[in-house]
Every structure is written in C-alpha cells, then in structure tokens.
Design a protein. Structure first.
Length: 366
C-alpha cells in the first residue's frame, strides 16, 4: 500500500507558513508560524471574516499598517497585514509565556501582581490613546505575560480594524468581548479611550476576585452594565475599591484617563492614611548626624509641603523641635542649660511619640 504524500503546508501571502495552533478566539485563530523571508518565528492571526471586495482589502491593509506604526514595550507589535484568497490575516511578534486569563483561572491573583500588571497595561493604553488608537477589546486573554513577567497587550486596535474594514461571514457577529464591553459600546455610540479604561477596570476586578463582574450569556452580560456598576467586594482595600469604581463609572466623562490610572496604581495603597496628616506625623523626619541649623532647615522644608489647614500645628511642632536642638547644642558646649530629658511636659499626647524620636536623634549627635 502506497503511503499518501505529506500535506502541503498552509502558507499565507506566499510567505508565512502556518504551524501549531496557539489559540482560538471569537473572531480568529492564532498560529505559530515561520516567516520564510526573514527566517523567524512569528504569530499569525487568521480572521474568520472575509475581505471579498477590493475596497475592503485596501482599507484593511491600510488600517493594519497604522497599527504597525505603534511602538511601545507594552504592546505586541504588528509586523504585517494582508489577505490570501479572501482570508484576512495579521502577523505579530511571537510572545512566549502565559496570559492573565490563565492566571485568573487558578483563582484570585495576588494584589501586588495585579497592580503591577495593571500599571504596565495602563501605560500601554495611555501611549496608544495618545496616538489616536483605541483598543476596544481589553480582556484577560489579551494581556500576555512573557517569561520575565512583563506585560504585552495584544490585539491593539484590531477590533476597530475588523469593524471598519472587514465584512462579517455571518450576521450578529459582535466586535469585542461581551463580558468587558463598556456601556457606550453596548449602546453603539462613539467609542473613546474611556472604553478601554472601563474594560481594564473590569479586568483588574476579575483578577482580584477570580470572578467576572458580569457573568451569564453575552446578551445578559452586555445589558447588565447599562443599569448598574459592577459589584465591588467590601473586603478589597479602600484604594482598590475607589479606583475600580471610578474606572467603571457608567459615564465615560467621569472615568480617569489611562495615564491617571497608571499614576494611581504606581502609588498603590501607600497613601491611604496620609491625607490630613502633617509631614512630621506621617513619617519620621530625616535628620543627619549634625544638629543645628541644617536639621531645622530640613524640618522646615518638610513643613512647607504640609496642608495649609494644618500649618499652625506643624509650626508648633517645628518650634518644639528647635527647642530640643538648642538644648542639645547647649549641653554639648558645657553650658548650664537643663539636661535634655525628652519632650516638654506640656506637649500634646499625640505628639509626644514623634517628639521623643526627634529628641533621641538629636541626642545621638552630641
């Protein structure tokens, strides 16, 4: 019996030889592939949509090359775009590693990791928004994590490209993923970068809790967000609740920008309790080994950043610090000044601890 000849490899555009199937989405299949011209491994997304008309093909390739001009370390780079026998395809850099979706599949993700992933994703979104490109399909499966833990956001702008330039093979095909669509996307109105911020808010919430905010069928998930914001568990830290609540506001005009989200994630929960405190009370004042004018100057610099409403209290603390410094200097010069023994007996109770720390720091320099 004669063996059948091996199947011919599937090659797109006469250049990209398709290999292992890496994943399947609602609109496309992603293959590991070999670029026969440059002899390198790439990822090729073959869309389950058609570009039957020449005008569609021209617009599709033009939009794809617009995406290829985006250059940011947090974005998966689009290398090429084309159509082969009405099959539209995109060629992208190959990122080896996992996805945030896979991490969430194992349960809630460590909050510090969520903040780090969110920070990198927000930076990538901010860059693209500055270039006039909206992602429209931010979801855990599109947040790739390479082997070094760095974030690469995939499919940036492809939802727009598909919606604008490619004819659907069937009716009712949704552009975007229902579980993460913004309310304005559900309504079919103009979409801006605020839609990406909304979707990222849902992604961060899902990573923190291990559960989708809007479960159910695509229709149920899409419609539910038109009536109510996502439920945010009370056990999450206050700063997380505030951030996600702002990002998923039903009014896109009230949401923070991607840049503002990145700034908040960079701070994290470190300033939860800082509001309303003076600089002296929020953390120890740094004093070097030399008492005197330099140390007092540094105290004054810290006080300059203090909220105006509490300037009077801060100045009183500064005066007490100055008295301690003078007492330490007098003791070191052999004067008859009283022996330093700590904060003045009349100091308020809530200030005695910080003043004692300052006193000890000054004593250590004599």
């Amino acid at each position: 019996m004669t063996a059948s000849p091996p199947a011919e490899p599937d090659v797109l555009g006469g250049r990209y030889e398709l290999g292992t199937l890496l994943g399947r989405g609602g609109m496309a299949d992603v293959h590991r592939a070999t670029d026969r011209v440059l002899k390198r491994e790439v990822a090729v997304k073959v869309l389950r949509l058609t570009t039957a008309e020449e005008s569609d093909r021209v617009r599709f390739e033009a939009e794809g090359r617009t995406l290829a001009r985006l250059s940011h370390p947090g974005l998966v780079t689009v290398l090429d775009v084309g159509a082969d026998h009405d099959r539209a395809f995109l060629v992208m850099e190959l990122v080896t590693g996992g996805t945030l979706a896979r991490s969430i599949g194992a349960g809630p993700v460590d909050p510090e990791t969520v903040a780090a992933v969110g920070l990198q994703t927000a930076h990538a979104l901010a860059y693209a928004h500055d270039q006039g490109v909206v992602h429209r399909d931010v979801k855990p499966a599109n947040v790739l994590l390479d082997q070094r833990g760095r974030v690469k956001l995939a499919d940036f702008g492809i939802a727009r490209l598909i919606g604008d330039t490619v004819r659907h093979t069937r009716t009712g095909t949704a552009v975007g993923t229902a579980a993460y669509l913004s309310p304005e996307q559900v309504r079919g109105v103009e979409v801006t970068g605020a839609a990406d911020v909304y979707a990222l808010g849902l992604v961060l919430l899902e990573a923190l809790t291990g559960e989708r905010a809007y479960p159910g069928s695509p229709t149920e998930a899409a419609l539910a967000r038109l009536h109510a914001p996502p439920p945010i568990p009370e056990h999450l830290p206050a700063w997380w609740r505030d951030l996600v609540r702002a990002m998923t506001d039903l009014d896109p005009a009230r949401r923070p920008t991607a840049t503002q989200v990145a700034e908040r994630l960079a701070v994290g929960g470190g300033d939860d309790d800082a509001a309303g405190r003076t600089a002296v009370l929020s953390q120890p004042v740094p004093l070097d080994r030399r008492p005197g004018a330099d140390a007092v100057a540094r105290v004054r610099e810290r006080l300059a950043a203090t909220d105006t409403a509490q300037r009077g209290v801060a100045l009183a603390v500064a005066a007490l610090v100055l008295l301690i410094v003078i007492a330490a200097l007098a003791s070191g010069s052999g004067s008859d000044a009283p022996e330093p023994g700590g904060p003045p007996s009349g100091a308020p109770t809530d200030l005695r601890g910080p003043l004692q720390d300052l006193h000890d720091a000054v004593e250590g320099t004599s």
